[in-house]
Design a protein around this ligand. Structure first.
Ligand SMILES: Cc1ncc(COP(=O)(O)O)c(C=O)c1O
Length: 505
C-alpha cells in the first residue's frame, strides 16, 4: 500500500514537473510565436442568436431566485480559451470586454492552472484567513513577490482588499485620517471626539469632504458612490453627501487639431477645482482629498493631458489635500505602462493608488506619509475588515506578474495598442459619420458613435457576428481586451466591424 502511495506520489510529482516544463515552454513559445498559447480558436463562431436558447432557459431559472437585469448570456468557462469566450449555446466570441476589463491573461491560462496544482499553493486556496489578524507565514513574501514588485514608483506601502469599491472606500478613509492628523498635529482624540464619533456628530465625525469629478466612476458602496457621477440609476434614492464635484476635461478630437481649445478647457477645469476647494474650505467643510481616474473609464473613456494631472497634483500640494489615483480599471499594464499615471510624468507619486480588476485582488498602494499613524488608538482596526483580501488571489497575481515580465506583455500591449488605434482611425476615415473621436493609450481604446442608439446598435451587431465589446459613457464603445491581445485579433475585429458598419449606413 505504502509503495502504491509512494509510486503514485512520484507519478504526480513527475506530472507536476512535466506540467511546469510545459507551462515554461508555452511561456517561451508565447514570447516567440504569439501569446495566445492555449489552443485559442482561430476566430469567432456564431451558431445561435445571443443569448441562445440554453442561455434563455438558465436566465429564466436564475430570474426565479434573483434579479437578472444585467445578465448578457451564460458562459461555458471550461470551453473559453485565451481571448475567446464560449457561451452555453456553442457560440464563441472574441472578447474585447473581458468580464468588465478584468481578465489579464485570457480564459484558462495554463500558468493559472499550474498555480492551482502546485502543492505549496494548496493551503492558500482552501484556508481563507482574516488577514488583518491572522496572516499566513508566507504573506510577507507573497506581497513582496507580487504587489510590491509592481508598485508604482515611490510607493512602498500596500493594503489588500476584496474588490474595487471597498479599496476606494478604505483609501478615502485613509485620506480623511491623514488630513485629520495634519490638522490635529497627531494628538490623541479628545473625550468629546470619542463620544461624538459613534453618533455621527462632529467633532468625532468632522465635516470633511472629497472632491471628485463629473462622469467619474469609483464604485457603488456609499463612500465610493458619493464620488461616482455617471448614471442616475447608480444613485437614485440613495442619500449622498454634499461634496464638491468638479468638471473633468472634455477634450476634442483629433487632439492635434484642437490644441488651443483643449488647453483652455483644462485650464478652466483646474480653475474650477481651485475655486471649489476654496469655497468648501470657507464653508467649514474642507476638502481632505481628491479622487480621480487617470482615464475615466465607465464615464466614456475621457482623457486629460499629462499637464492637467501635473497641475492637479500641484493643487493638492498647495492646498494640503490628498491625491488618490483610482487605477482599478487603468492599472495592470493596459495602457502599455503598468500604471496609467506613469504616463503623466508626475513630479512625485500620487498619495494613494487603488487597484482591482485585472490585478486579481483589490487594494491600494500608499506613500509612507499616508500610512495610518494616529497615536493612542487601535491603529490596526482603522482600515480593517474580516478578510482584507484573499491570499488565493495573490497566488494568482504572483503568477500573473511573472508572466507579464517573462513575456514582456507591456511591450505587447504597446505594439497591439498602436495597431488597434490606427485600425480604429482607418475605420473612422471610412465611416466618418458613424465612428467619432478615436482615442486610446495602449489597448485602452475607445470611439464614439453619434447617438446612444447607434452605439447600442453597433454593439449588438458586433455581438451577432461574434465580437463582445463594452459600452461606456453616453455613446462610447470601449476596448478592454486581455494583455495577450494581438494584431491578428485586431484584424478579426476590424473585418467584423466594417461589415457591421456597412449595414448601418
Ligand atoms: C475606476 C474604477 N473604480 C472602482 C470601480 C469599482 O470596482 P468594483 O466593481 O470591483 O467594486 C470600478 C469598476 O468598474 C472602476 O472602473
Amino acid at each position: 500500500m505504502a509503495r502504491l502511495v509512494n509510486s503514485s506520489r512520484n507519478f504526480i510529482s513527475t506530472l507536476q514537473l512535466q506540467n511546469a516544463y510545459l507551462v515554461h515552454s508555452l511561456r517561451l513559445l508565447g514570447t516567440q510565436a504569439g501569446l495566445s498559447d492555449q489552443k485559442e480558436p482561430s476566430g469567432p463562431t456564431v451558431k445561435t442568436a445571443i443569448p441562445g436558447p440554453r442561455s434563455l432557459q438558465l436566465l429564466k431559472e436564475l430570474d426565479a431566485i434573483q434579479n437578472t437585469g444585467a445578465v448578457q448570456f451564460f458562459v461555458d468557462y471550461e470551453r473559453s480559451r485565451g481571448n475567446y469566450i464560449a457561451d452555453v449555446d456553442g457560440n464563441i466570441l472574441l472578447d474585447l470586454y473581458t468580464q468588465i476589463a478584468s481578465v489579464p491573461l485570457g480564459y484558462n491560462h495554463p500558468s493559472f492552472e499550474n498555480a492551482m496544482k502546485k502543492p505549496e499553493n494548496l493551503s492558500a486556496f482552501i484556508n481563507r484567513p482574516a488577514l488583518g489578524v491572522y496572516p499566513p507565514s508566507d504573506w510577507v513574501h507573497r506581497l513582496k513577490s507580487s504587489l510590491l514588485s509592481v508598485a508604482p514608483p515611490g510607493m512602498t506601502q500596500v493594503q489588500t482588499m476584496a474588490c474595487g469599491a471597498c479599496s476606494v472606500e478604505h483609501a478615502l478613509k485613509t485620506m480623511f485620517m491623514t488630513y485629520q492628523r495634519r490638522v490635529s498635529g497627531g494628538s490623541p482624540p479628545t473625550e468629546e471626539e470619542k463620544e461624538t464619533a459613534t453618533i455621527n456628530q462632529p467633532p468625532g465625525c468632522p465635516p470633511l469632504t472629497i472632491l471628485s469629478f463629473k462622469n467619474a466612476f469609483h464604485g457603488r458602496t456609499m463612500g465610493a458612490l458619493a464620488c461616482t457621477h455617471t448614471k442616475y440609476l447608480q444613485k437614485l434614492y440613495f442619500p449622498q453627501p454634499d461634496w464638491p464635484i468638479a468638471t473633468f476635461p472634455r477634450l476634442k478630437y483629433p487632439l492635434e487639431a484642437h490644441e488651443a481649445e483643449n488647453k483652455a478647457e483644462e485650464r478652466s477645469c483646474l480653475e474650477e477645482i481651485r475655486e471649489l476647494i476654496e469655497k468648501f474650505d470657507k464653508r467649514g467643510t474642507p476638502v481632505a482629498g481628491i479622487i480621480v481616474e487617470p482615464i475615466q473609464g465607465e464615464g466614456g473613456d475621457n482623457f486629460a493631458s499629462a499637464e492637467f494631472f501635473q497641475s492637479l497634483q500641484d493643487i493638492t500640494e498647495e492646498t494640503g489635500t490628498g491625491l488618490l489615483m483610482d487605477e482599478v480599471q487603468t492599472g495592470c499594464g493596459v495602457t502599455g505602462k503598468f500604471w496609467a499615471h506613469e504616463h503623466w510624468g508626475l513630479r512625485r507619486p500620487p498619495d494613494l493608488v487603488t487597484f482591482s480588476k485585472k490585478m486579481m485582488t483589490g487594494g491600494f498602494f500608499m506613500t509612507e506619509a499616508f500610512r495610518p499613524q494616529e497615536l493612542s488608538i487601535l491603529l490596526g482596526f482603522r482600515v480593517f475588515n474580516t478578510w482584507m483580501g484573499d491570499p488565493a488571489k495573490v497566488v494568482l497575481l504572483e503568477e500573473l506578474v511573472s508572466v507579464i515580465k517573462e513575456q514582456n506583455l507591456l511591450n505587447n500591449v504597446q505594439t497591439t495598442g498602436e495597431y488597434l488605434i490606427s485600425t480604429i482611425k482607418t475605420l473612422q476615415s471610412h465611416f466618418p459619420d458613424l465612428i467619432l473621436n478615436a482615442r486610446g493609450l495602449g489597448t485602452y481604446c475607445a470611439f464614439d458613435l453619434p447617438t446612444a442608439e447607434a452605439r447600442d446598435k453597433l454593439l449588438m451587431a458586433l455581438r451577432e457576428k461574434g465580437v463582445n465589446i463594452g459600452a461606456g459613457g453616453s455613446c462610447t464603445l470601449r476596448f478592454r481586451p486581455t494583455l495577450i491581445f494581438q494584431k491578428h485579433h485586431v484584424d478579426i475585429f476590424a473585418t467584423i466591424c466594417e461589415s457591421s458598419l456597412k449595414n448601418m449606413k
